[in-house]
Design a protein around this ligand. Structure first.
Ligand SMILES: Cc1cc2nc3c(=O)[nH]c(=O)nc-3n(C[C@H](O)[C@H](O)[C@H](O)COP(=O)(O)OP(=O)(O)OC[C@H]3O[C@@H](n4cnc5c(N)ncnc54)[C@H](O)[C@@H]3O)c2cc1C
Length: 194
């Protein structure tokens, strides 16, 4: 991702060999739920949201919701934000307790948010968001695009991603006896996608 600027806060310390920053855009493209972290008066909050992301605009991620949303109102003020997206790929079980694990793809992004007020810009993001979650659904054929009244009633927040890291675990269990089929116990993978 062009926007990635590695700094100490986004440097992977545990399993740095699993860093795959170049794949951050692909992971954000594939994700469904963004966990959005921010601090209000010293209290950290992490709130789940659906989101819009397009790798053609890799440094932007969009959140939307009610104008009454406290989270979105706070973000609209230009607050610093941390967004995490996780794709769970498989459960990993080992012959040794400590080596039970998961295969995953994940992104942690730091940025700043702002409100998007233009009705045209909101419409473009919402049309693209429906297409991302429901590929092939077409406004005017499968559903009615948001009228002005709905656009005005919906808050849209643009998060400018300033620093992004991506991490992936793949493969089987790595316990000391997992490569030995004669060892006691069982090990393997439970895929979480068909
Ligand atoms: C998968 C998923 C996708 C979602 N997508 C969207 C979206 O696109 N837009 C949107 O506006 N909302 C979405 N939500 C709901 C969102 O998480 C908030 O609940 C919502 O924004 C309401 O915020 P609020 O301003 O009322 O609450 P806030 O004032 O932000 O939160 C007040 C308190 O309510 C509690 N709380 C808030 N949300 C949750 C929650 N989800 N689960 C448990 N406790 C909670 C927390 O204690 C929080 O401190 C989604 C939720 C999920 C699980």
């Amino acid at each position: 991702m062009e926007t990635t600027v590695a700094s100490e806060r986004s440097r992977l310390r545990r399993h740095p060999e699993r860093a795959v920053d170049a794949e951050a855009a692909a992971f954000l493209d594939a994700g469904s739920v963004a966990h959005v972290g921010f601090v209000v008066d010293g209290q950290p909050y992490v709130v789940p949201f659906s989101y819009q992301y397009a790798s053609a605009e890799p440094d932007r991620l969009y959140l939307h919701g009610s104008l009454d949303s406290r989270a979105l109102a706070h973000l609209a003020s230009g607050a610093p934000v941390c967004v995490t997206v996780t794709l769970e790929d498989a459960l990993v079980y080992s012959r040794t307790a400590m080596y039970h694990s998961m295969n995953y793809r994940s992104v942690v992004a730091f940025g700043r948010a702002r409100a998007v007020d233009s009705a045209d810009d909101k419409q473009a993001v919402f049309l693209a968001m429906v297409e991302r979650y429901f590929p092939g659904r077409t406004a005017g054929r499968d559903y009615e695009a948001a009228p002005r009244q709905h656009l005005d009633a919906t808050a849209l927040i643009e998060v400018r991603l300033e620093e992004v890291s991506a991490k992936r675990r793949t493969g089987g269990p790595l316990g000391p006896h997992d490569a030995d089929p004669a060892a006691p116990g069982t090990c393997g993978l439970v895929p979480l996608h068909p």
